[in-house]
Design a protein. Structure first.
Length: 265
């Protein structure tokens, strides 16, 4: 556990990477057990799995129960969505500056309506940002990509540049997920499929480098340092064997993995 927490603290691993590395079918049964019964120890959960004919490494199970809470995985979802939005924002500006120049990129690349909306928000802001472009949101970035596709697509990774419509549709879905994360009081629960979708989009976009670099594509294993095990054949947790037998008396609260966490501790 100390090793995992260290890697997470160093930014080399996400907590949701660890939680989702356990076999999906095992996770489903574990969640059903926790939802149906009172708080259960790691040992008891493992015994219940055994009664159902499911074999699971005790340490893997302990790690999953540690990292399964909604506050953990939703925090990672925010980080990934934010990362994608910020990278797109910076990428678009860099490419337009390279194409139109430092003085003309704003008018040359950004549609007039978006420029006007951003200028209005800047004017109303009591603590204005350095430039109007700071007021673009994800849907505005999507429209800029749509309108500026002939210029921007040349510098996108092939995984996304080969299908404009698919990328635009993925950004619409990303915006819906973003709204669910940023407005938790609406009570929208995110599914594991949506986590997989966001992880994959982040990996497909890659680092979005500067246009003057020798290549804008990176190998799949380095395209996204935090892409985790999603879509990649690896098992983050099960390769870490415990040195000592884990304790069985640690209780785990019931509740679904992706339900809103209302605990106050």
């Amino acid at each position: 556990m100390h090793y995992l927490h260290t890697k997470i603290g160093q930014g080399e691993l996400r907590r949701s990477d660890v939680a989702f590395s356990l076999d999906p079918q095992v996770r489903q049964v574990v969640e059903e057990l926790l939802a149906a019964q009172a708080p259960m120890s790691v040992g008891r959960v493992n015994r219940e799995l055994g009664r159902k004919g499911i074999s699971c490494n005790r340490f893997d199970l302990r790690v999953y129960l540690e990292f399964r809470r909604s506050g953990v995985v939703l925090g990672d979802m925010y980080e990934i969505v934010r990362n994608i939005e910020v990278r797109l924002h910076r990428f678009i500006k860099r490419i337009f500056i390279a194409e139109y120049g430092e003085e003309n990129w704003w008018r040359g690349g950004v549609p007039e309506k978006i420029r006007a909306d951003c200028a209005a928000l800047l004017e109303k802001d009591p603590e204005p940002a350095p430039e109007p472009y700071c007021y673009t949101h994800l849907i505005a970035l999507r429209e800029i990509l749509d309108r500026g596709w002939p210029v921007l697509s040349k510098h996108l990774p092939s995984a996304v540049s080969s299908n404009k419509k698919e990328l635009l549709d993925r950004l619409l879905r990303l915006n819906r997920i973003r709204n669910a994360v940023m407005h938790p009081v609406r009570g929208e629960n995110l599914t594991e499929e949506e986590f997989e979708f966001v992880y994959r989009l982040e990996a497909d976009l890659g680092p979005l480098n500067d246009p003057d670099e020798s290549t804008l594509e990176t190998p799949a294993d380095t395209a996204s340092p935090k892409a985790g095990a999603h879509g990649i054949e690896s098992e983050l947790v099960s390769t870490l064997a415990p040195v000592e037998e884990v304790e069985e008396n640690a209780s785990v609260p019931s509740g679904a993995l992706l339900q809103q966490d209302n605990s106050t501790d």
